[in-house]
Design a protein around this ligand. Structure first.
Ligand SMILES: NC(=O)c1ccc[n+]([C@@H]2O[C@H](COP(=O)([O-])OP(=O)(O)OC[C@H]3O[C@@H](n4cnc5c(N)ncnc54)[C@H](OP(=O)(O)O)[C@@H]3O)[C@@H](O)[C@H]2O)c1
Length: 261
């Protein structure tokens, strides 16, 4: 089996569930040892770790709220003590408040920005020290809402825009250390979170097929993340790669029905 990431250590934030879990499993399938970070759902994180271990790689579960700088420090202290190095940081964990800009209060703004944007800064600062002398990869998960206006997505969209801008700064600052920094911006993916928000009417139903005929699925994102973690992607720096089946370049086209030619 081709295992290009054998011997590498990856931290995937928010990898107990959703897209993060799929990314963690993908990197593990390529031979990487995985640190599974979670915040609220320990059982899900332990299940992910169990599934990863069954692939024959090492794994460790660490609880940390990435919106809290002291908890980020605690997580990296554990990684430093237990492993002493890190090769890949996947900045996937996200949260947010679904409101229009006029309804965003200070608490909602700070909560969302801390988890979605500040966490990349603080994690990258600590991760880059553990990547010293080894090179490394940092990939963040963004969304189309960073560049396009989506209903009730104001503060999350702004946090993702900050994430993408920070990706560019980090890419240049960390290039001399051979650390590649990039991001992936996806259109809607049907995770538990999206279903919950739609069911509770916290956001409009954005589930619709792309021009390709289906929605983006977590595996699409995981495949792209794995490519960005590969040596083939070495010269891609500071980019946010859109993965949306063409949705953003064809906003006025009627979408194709699922399965149509
Ligand atoms: N789903 C979509 O339509 C879509 C589209 C574009 C981009 N994205 C992006 O893809 C990424 C994953 O989204 P998803 O849909 O998989 O989300 P999800 O199903 O809501 O999962 C969120 C994950 O983040 C973790 N998390 C949340 N707050 C955290 C915190 N403060 N500290 C540490 N972990 C935290 C959660 O862990 P616990 O459960 O343990 O708390 C969970 O594992 C996000 O960056 C999201 O913005 C999603």
């Amino acid at each position: 089996m081709n295992q290009p990431l054998k011997g590498k250590l990856a931290l995937v934030t928010g990898s107990g569930r959703g897209i993060g879990r799929t990314i963690a499993l993908k990197l593990a399938s390529q031979g990487a040892d995985i640190i599974v970070n979670f915040f609220r759902h320990r059982q899900a994180a332990e299940k992910t770790a169990e599934d990863i271990q069954a692939m024959g790689v090492k794994t460790k579960v660490i609880r940390a709220n990435v919106g809290d700088p002291t908890k980020i420090d605690g997580m990296f202290d554990i990684i430093g003590n237990d492993f002493g190095y890190l090769d890949i940081l996947i900045n996937n964990a996200a949260s947010g408040v679904g409101r229009s800009a006029m309804d965003v209060d200070v608490k909602a703004w700070d909560w969302t920005m801390d988890i979605n944007a500040k966490a990349l800064l603080l994690c990258a600062q600590r991760a880059s020290k553990l990547m010293e002398g080894r090179g490394g990869k940092i990939v963040s998960i963004s969304s189309l809402g960073a560049s396009f206006v989506l209903p009730t997505y104001a503060v999350v969209g702004v946090s993702k825009a900050a994430l993408e801008a920070l990706t560019r700064y980090l890419a240049i600052e960390l290039a001399p250390k051979s650390i590649c920094v990039n991001a992936v911006a996806a259109s809607a993916v049907e995770t538990e979170a999206l279903k919950f928000y739609i069911k509770e009417q916290l956001m409009p139903d954005t589930r619709q097929p792309t021009p390709v005929g289906r929605m983006v699925i977590p595996e699409d994102i995981a495949n792209l993340v794995a490519f960005l973690c590969s040596e083939e992607a070495f010269m891609i720096r500071g980019q946010t790669i859109i993965i949306d089946g063409g949705t953003s370049i064809a906003p006025f086209l009627a979408v194709r029905e699922e399965g149509s030619q």
